[in-house]
Design a protein around this ligand. Structure first.
Ligand code: OSB
Ligand code: MG
Length: 380
């Protein structure tokens, strides 16, 4: 992978934290709760050469992992941004090394590093896709479908709508009690040709025999994978489960770095990995996880966190890399928002086009930031 050290550094003048809320096109219910808006925290890096944007994947509350918007804003303002800008001439890699002694907060880290690399790429007139060595001009689009309040009939309707839009694979959210029956209904309605996978966000209990029985029933439905059935720390439980299933287990929340990816794969805990740039602390780590997975023969795909166009631009470039051989949760803007923060991503024949303009490829539209909360960070 090309490193950002190979791009010219930029000289940072100031950094802004921008918080903007966008209503979701439809409520998104998962096993951890219902989201009705995207509460997006953006990092805006202004340099003498250019400016750049990055999005923090964290949701409002610590429901997906321990990260949440206010926490991310605080650690960015008081720790990550000041520590990375002691020297105002930065590259994303230099910034990453300058904050390597700080623990955790990967989503916050990713937002900062994305903004820096965006500024560098704009100054160098290079697209993120070209910088990463992306081989694809478009990526197949999957869609993640929340648990509808209206039950199975409404789920079938939602899935029919997404298939009519052209999405090439469906990921349905499940939780205990909303699993075998609705998934069987999807299989019965759309037939064996439907590319269907499920995501439990850790809602099943490995010590609960009824839960194991449910997962074994799901194993009969020809699913592409079962994503994160157990909690993030339950690597050995996932390995025991994977040994009893034909359906591959995919890990999301459990995988936050390359070493964890290797350990989980070697333990037999997963046959597939969902890579999210936000969850793992940046593009360098995301690409490194891809490399570890490839070396161990494990396919990866690009996940998402309902990001606006700013975060999704980064996801789409990642999904365009070799090794991302399964359709990702990279959907068009209108699946998320009536109006995106950026120029929209569109679905064309089931694909999303990879931006090839300088930078990450999308920036917030001025009028969409009209009501946003903006805070300038004090630099050292
Ligand atoms: O588990 O993949 C997940 C959204 C928010 C938090 C966690 C997850 C998701 C999704 C949606 O499934 C992915 C997307 O389309 O951005
Ligand atoms: Mg997931």
């Amino acid at each position: 992978m090309t490193l950002s050290d190979d791009l010219s550094p930029v000289t940072v003048e100031h950094v802004e934290l921008v918080r903007v809320r966008l209503p979701l096109a439809r409520p998104f219910r998962t096993s951890f709760g219902t989201q009705t808006e995207r509460d997006a925290l953006l990092v805006h890096v202004v340099s003498t050469e250019s400016d750049g944007w990055g999005e923090c994947a964290a949701p409002t509350a610590p429901v997906y992992s321990d990260e949440f918007v206010e926490g991310a804003a605080l650690v960015l303002r008081d720790h990550l941004i000041p520590a990375s800008l002691v020297d105002r001439r930065v590259t994303a890699d230099r910034a990453e090394r300058a904050i390597a002694h700080l623990h955790g907060h990967r989503m916050a880290r990713t937002a900062l590093l994305a903004a820096v690399v965006d500024a560098q790429l704009v100054a160098s007139e290079t697209s993120l896709a070209a910088h990463l060595g992306a081989t694809r001009d478009r990526v197949p689009a999957g869609v993640s479908v929340g648990i509808p309040e209206g039950g199975t009939l409404q789920l079938v309707e939602h899935v029919a709508g997404y298939l009519a839009d052209g999405y090439v694979r469906i990921k349905a959210k499940i939780e205990p009690g909303v699993d075998v029956e609705p998934m069987r209904a999807l299989r019965d309605t759309f037939g064996p040709g439907l590319s269907l996978q499920v995501d439990a966000n850790g809602a099943y209990d490995a010590d609960e025999p009824d839960h194991l029985a449910v997962l074994q029933q799901l194993d009969q439905l020809g699913l592409m994978m079962i994503e994160q059935p157990y909690g993030p720390d339950r690597i050995r439980d996932h390995a025991r489960l994977a040994a009893t299933l034909d359906t591959p287990v995919c890990l999301d929340e459990s995988i936050v770095d390359t070493v964890g990816a290797r350990d989980a794969i070697e333990a037999g805990a997963c046959g597939i990995v969902n890579v999210k740039v936000g969850r793992v602390g940046g593009l360098r780590e995301a690409v490194a996880i891809r490399d570890v997975c490839a070396s161990l023969g494990v396919p990866v795909w690009c996940g998402g966190m309902l990001e606006t166009g700013v975060g999704r631009a980064v996801n789409v470039a990642l999904a365009a890399l070799d090794g991302f051989d399964l359709p990702g949760d990279v959907s068009a803007s209108d699946r998320y928002f009536a109006r995106d923060l950026t120029e929209p991503f569109e679905l064309v024949d089931g694909y999303v086009t990879v931006p090839r303009v300088p930078g990450i490829g999308r920036r917030p539209l001025d009028d969409m930031l009209a009501g946003a909360d903006r805070q300038t960070v004090v630099l050292p």
